[in-house]
Design a binder for this molecule. Structure first.
Ligand code: MG
Length: 259
């Protein structure tokens, strides 16, 4: 009887844990700053994330800055509605709204929204500080800690232009998937420093296509930004890269699905 109960319990446990895991989309499409262009949605808004999820993107990318009072917020430019984010308080940023009426999202709000679904990953870009390297490192460290606090590790991969910030994020959570953006470091060095892969500009990769093969041989992921032309998308698809970051997710879906 005891054995039977143990067996039953194990079966129930296995069933529930496999449901709990969920399965993220695997289709290479990363919406750059969310999916915003076709529908005229503000970049990096919660609405742009929802649209990327609705389209079925594998990932939705967004950018993270730190306010002067150390709140992580989601915005592309260093300025938000005329205010410099790094030297403004979060409360000051709340005095202005995005064109669709949303307030500037905090990283926590963005992660909570992303965690409501289990199909689209969240590609978190932490921005290098314009104030100091220490601040860049702090944004990397705090981003990883916030993701951990919200138990969102399964959803989040990281990208950054800051090599030091990237290494800090990896040191803070060795399991964090961090890809490097600047395009000046060869794959072997990235591997040595614990990076998950690279996310390089399409222009860099056109000049150094051998880096794609090298990265693939080393088990690093290959991503490219910001790929909006059909010929570049086709070139990358032929090379079997892992991800393509684009402002035109609908176009990329058409190419992938052969329509
Ligand atoms: Mg970005």
């Amino acid at each position: 009887m005891h054995k039977l109960l143990t067996l039953l319990f194990s079966m129930v446990f296995i069933t529930f844990s496999s449901i709990g895991q969920g399965k993220f989309h695997v289709n290479k499409v990363i919406a750059h700053r969310g999916a915003w262009k076709t529908q005229g949605i503000p970049q990096n808004s919660i609405a742009s994330l929802s649209e990327a999820v609705r389209l079925g993107c594998e990932g939705s990318e967004f950018d993270v800055w730190m306010t002067s009072d150390e709140v992580l917020v989601v915005n592309h430019d260093p300025e938000y509605q005329g205010m410099d984010i790094e030297t403004s308080t979060y409360e000051q940023l709340l005095t202005k709204q995005l064109p669709n009426g949303e307030k500037i999202p905090t990283l926590k709000e963005y992660l909570r929204e992303g965690k409501k679904q289990k199909k689209t990953k969240l590609i978190l870009e932490f921005k290098p500080s314009r104030v100091s390297v220490e601040r860049s490192e702090k944004v990397g460290e705090m981003s990883v800690k916030t993701v951990k606090e919200l138990k969102a590790q399964k959803w989040v991969d990281y990208i950054t232009f800051s090599y030091e910030g990237g290494k800090k994020a990896i040191a803070t959570d060795p399991k964090a998937n961090v890809a490097y953006l600047t395009g000046n470091i060869p794959p072997a060095q990235l591997k040595e420093d614990g990076f998950f892969g690279f996310d390089y500009n399409i222009g860099v990769l056109r000049k150094k296509p051998e880096w794609i093969t090298e990265a693939q041989q080393l088990g690093l992921t290959v991503n490219a930004w910001t790929v909006n032309k059909e010929e570049d998308m086709k070139w990358l698809l032929d090379l079997k890269v892992d991800f393509i970051t684009t402002d035109e997710p609908e176009l990329l879906f058409k190419l992938i699905n052969g329509k």
